[in-house]
Design a protein around this ligand. Structure first.
Ligand code: SF4
Ligand code: SF4
Length: 424
């Protein structure tokens, strides 16, 4: 029997969700591209299975609680969108579904506490630094902690880098070719401030003036992807007000944040801020894409090195940025870029996924580390702090040391004439 999705004026995303559901022709081409289907082999943990489940919940023929375990296992990596020949906008379904589910789902006390503590620490660099420092001290006693809190400890680097403060304006070196505003990121500022340092150095070297707006905040992606819509919308509105209009682009160097900024129109759908969110998202670019379009000032030759480039899902699948970072790395004489087998499959890092689904996250992390080792590369580069942290944690135990760095760090190193540098 055919059912229809009933109208719901309180749901601003219903038309997006309905369109996504209706576009799916159930062909199954997305199944092998889905990390949870690869890991678990269950139809209900595939994109097609989830789309059917969410459709049935919207129609009222399946209970929300029956669908949630499978929906919760979705990483939001959007590998399914890349693989789908029918152009199903899966992102327009999954995140709105989570906002909807959050209003009625029943979470246990530990799950509530976990969610609350993540949403109250990760988006705030000061709080996150304190939590990471406490986590570092607690590491020797992790056996005494609740199992659900341990995965975060495993991901923390052995020592936390010193806090770095960056100027509000970094001038261009030489003639100014462009003026941009940069999103500084939250967890990234704490775990790897060297990524922002490298980004500023590379942009400045390429004649780009960079503004880091002081009033900016978290992009809101973490809250949005776990269904905390009000927190996400507050974050989005703060950034809409904080970022200047008179710049050539709004740049990000963390794929998850960039993808989050591109989702502002969806987050603010049906509100008076939707037009501003659309204009804002139109100006957002990943730093690699911006530099490749601008034309990179040729870096000097470095000692021969092989770099495996890892496609962060939120850069490749969510933003379609694949060739730009590879082009930038190949522009450095001495560097050979190699591809990682099954590179389109997620590494298992996706916001709070390591905490919410630790077994699948660890399985995907191990698979990614093995695939990277197969390349024989001494370095692995990516454009997302979440992937870098996850990959570094899973490579740490391996026999051969492999350096894990952001694409901008390799460029910075090349411009500075350094053959080697510290890594995380
Ligand atoms: S590939 Fe696209 S149309 Fe086919 S089942 Fe997957 S989401 Fe649906
Ligand atoms: S977003 Fe990723 S994990 Fe979720 S259904 Fe699509 S491919 Fe699978």
């Amino acid at each position: 029997m055919k059912h229809a999705i009933p109208a719901d004026p309180s749901n601003p995303w219903l038309s997006h969700m309905t369109e996504a559901v209706q576009k799916c022709v159930h062909c199954g081409f997305c199944l092998p591209a889905c990390p949870t289907y690869v890991a678990l082999g269950q139809e209900m943990d595939s994109p097609r299975g989830r789309i059917i489940l969410m459709k049935e919940v919207l129609e009222g023929t399946t209970a929300l609680e029956a669908a949630l375990p499978h929906v919760d296992r979705c990483l939001g990596c959007l590998g399914c969108e890349t693989a789908c020949p029918s152009g199903v906008p899966y992102r327009d379904l999954i995140s709105p579904f989570r906002q909807m589910a959050m209003k009625t789902r029943r979470l246990g006390l530990m799950a509530k506490l976990r969610r609350w503590s993540l949403l109250q620490t990760l988006p705030y660099p000061g709080r996150f630094r304190l939590a990471a420092q406490l986590g570092g001290m607690a590491r020797p006693f992790r056996g005494l902690m609740p199992a659900s809190m341990r995965p975060m400890l495993e991901l923390l680097p052995p020592s936390l880098p010193a806090k770095q403060n960056f100027p509000e304006i970094t001038p261009a070196q030489g003639p100014c070719r462009a003026r941009v505003a940069l999103l500084a990121g939250c967890a990234q500022q704490v775990l790897a401030p060297e990524i922002n340092r490298a980004t500023l150095a590379v942009l400045s070297k390429n004649g780009v003036e960079v503004i880091i707006p002081r009033e900016q905040g978290c992009c809101g992606a973490l809250a949005w992807h776990v269904g905390a819509g009000e927190q996400a919308r507050t974050a989005a509105r703060k950034n809409l007000a904080a970022f200047p209009q008179d710049v050539d682009a709004i740049l990000t160097n963390a794929a998850g944040c960039g993808s989050g900024l591109h989702e502002y129109p969806l987050m603010l759908a049906g509100t008076s801020d939707e037009p501003a969110a659309k204009a804002f998202a139109h100006r957002v670019q990943d730093v690699s894409q911006f530099l490749a379009n601008l034309g990179l000032i040729a870096p000097p030759e470095v000692q021969p090195m092989t770099v495996a480039y890892h496609d962060a899902c939120h850069l490749s699948h969510a933003q379609g940025v694949r060739s730009a970072p590879r082009e930038l790395l190949r522009a450095i004489p001495g560097i050979t870029v190699v591809e990682i087998p099954d590179g389109e499959i997620c590494c298992g890092s996706a916001g709070s996924y390591n905490v919410d689904q630790p077994e699948i996250a660890a399985d995907l992390g191990r698979r990614k580390a093995e695939a990277i080792r197969k390349t024989g590369a001494q370095w692995v580069a990516a454009g997302n702090i979440g992937c870098l942290t996850q990959i570094a944690a899973h490579l740490r135990s391996g026999p051969q040391p492999i350096r894990v760095v952001h694409t901008m760090e390799i460029l910075e190193m090349a411009y500075a004439g350094q053959a080697d540098k510290a890594d995380r």
